[in-house]
Design a protein around this ligand. Structure first.
Ligand SMILES: [Zn+2]
Length: 451
């Protein structure tokens, strides 16, 4: 890649980033479509056969180039939609007037995920220009609904399974472990999200006239919450750990060697201790252990001053991050049964499932992962590649591995402090450049995947 290529790549990315494709805001729907059209035009120009495919929500940009006879087929997945920009006051420049400042591209979507997608697009463009053919057959699926939970993607992939058939899926939609540390992500946690509703009296009561006689739903909710977890983060729901798979020794040893300081991690979020399950490191707790977190609670009076009320209802949102081999559906049943078995006289309790998502694991020893490793080693000579997991969840990963039966490679180009979803989201020029380089090597290496 020449300096001129990279300058051009920046200019083009800035143009794409200027389109406010916020998928969750109905008034931005025309902009979301404009961002899809922009990418469509770009991919056509590069030489792909490109289509905008409709869903019941935002469209999918689909492109392919299938000229590499006998070579494997790679499916690149990413998304062109972005998060809202609130709190807008915390941005130092306009989120949709992208700027390059101190070696960083500052704009909403810069790292999540337009910048990372564009690193791939640029690498493919340069390959096609310099050698007139790609080393692999390529299919590109860039959706516009990732930031709202990909509500139409599973249906889409099922309906288009034949068209999307591939030997490996590549995704760059996360972050490297640390600056300059080439990273392959090998695991994501699953999710089980639920809500607890506690109903006491049929309406709010006077706490003087009824307190002491009528049950308080907030008190009952507190007992429910208290029963779910102990002070060490251990989940007290029976059976919850039954299917938790131990992390292979060699993987754990790799995690111990990562450049990670628990103290630094604590101070980066402004706390002085990191309480959690004893005998597990912070990284193990983040990547390989299930967690149960209270995401929000409500009930009673929380305004200014006093109101002597005995509230009629209270509730909480609770989510669990899950690890191999936990089943989100089974975990919901266990938590729900645990709560319903508590004896809480005078209140009615209801547990509602809000959503679940599966965990995912990438086999670091698979042929595809080994080729990705080679690509990273070529881009970062002399550096050890970090094999990490992520505490978060990308539900589409299991959609691809299940429906298309193809291994998924998570090769991330962003950095943990890029501010994805937050103010002043950024993508460093260094990451962008390396991303283009790694992408090029990756497609070259994947050409030798046996099919
Ligand atoms: Zn993303």
């Amino acid at each position: 890649m020449t300096d001129n290529d990279f300058q051009q790549a920046q200019n083009e990315l800035l143009e794409w980033l200027a389109i406010p494709s916020i998928s969750t805001l109905p008034e931005r729907a025309p902009d979301v479509r404009r961002a899809a059209e922009w990418l469509h035009a770009k991919l056509e120009g590069v030489g792909f056969h490109t289509q905008i495919l409709e869903t019941t929500g935002h469209p999918v940009v689909y492109a392919e180039l299938l000229n590499a006879a006998g070579a494997p087929t790679v499916l690149l997945y990413g998304h062109y939609d972005v998060q809202p920009v609130d709190p807008i006051g915390e941005w130092t420049s306009d989120p949709f007037t992208p700027v390059v400042r101190d070696g960083e591209i500052i704009a909403r979507g810069s790292t999540d995920d337009k910048g990372q997608v564009y690193a791939h697009v640029k690498a493919l463009e340069i390959m096609l220009r310099d050698r007139a053919a790609l080393p692999v057959n390529l299919k590109i699926l860039i959706e516009g609904e990732e930031e709202i939970g990909s509500p139409n993607l599973e249906e889409f992939v099922k309906a288009q399974a034949e068209r999307l058939a591939c030997d490996v899926v590549v995704i760059s939609d996360g972050s490297m472990f640390a600056p300059g540390v080439p990273t392959l992500t090998t695991g994501l946690r699953g999710l089980c999200y639920l809500e607890v509703h506690v109903q006491g009296a049929s309406k709010d009561l006077h706490s003087g006239g009824y307190g002491g006689a009528v049950a308080n739903p907030i008190q009952a909710l507190a007992q429910i919450i208290q029963s779910l977890r102990d002070g060490n983060g251990q989940i007290l729901v029976s059976g919850i750990y039954d299917r938790v798979r131990a992390v292979p020794k060699v993987e754990l040893e790799g995690w111990r060697k990562l450049p990670f300081s628990e103290n630094q991690f604590a101070s980066s979020v402004g706390v002085d201790a990191l309480p959690g399950e004893p005998n597990y490191s912070v990284l193990e707790r983040l990547w390989a252990r299930p967690t149960l977190e209270i995401n929000g609670i409500w009930g009673g009076f929380a305004g200014e001053g006093k109101k002597t009320v005995l509230p009629a209802k209270a509730g909480a949102k609770i989510s669990l991050r899950l690890v191999p081999d936990q089943s989100p559906e089974e975990i919901f049943e266990l938590v729900s049964a645990h709560i319903m078995a508590l004896e809480l006289p005078g209140v009615r309790v209801e547990v509602v499932k809000l959503g679940t998502g599966p965990w995912a694991l990438v086999d670091a020893n698979s042929p595809a992962a080994k080729l990705a490793l080679r690509a990273l080693e070529r881009a970062y000579p002399g550096k050890d590649v970090a094999f990490v997991r992520s505490g978060g969840s990308i539900p589409v990963v299991s959609v691809f591995s299940q429906i298309l039966s193809a291994p998924v490679l998570l090769v991330d180009y962003g950095l943990p402090d890029d501010g994805a979803h937050g103010p002043d989201e950024r993508f460093t020029l260094e990451c962008f450049k390396k991303g283009i380089e790694v992408s090029g090597y990756l497609y070259e290496e994947l050409a030798s995947l046996k099919v």
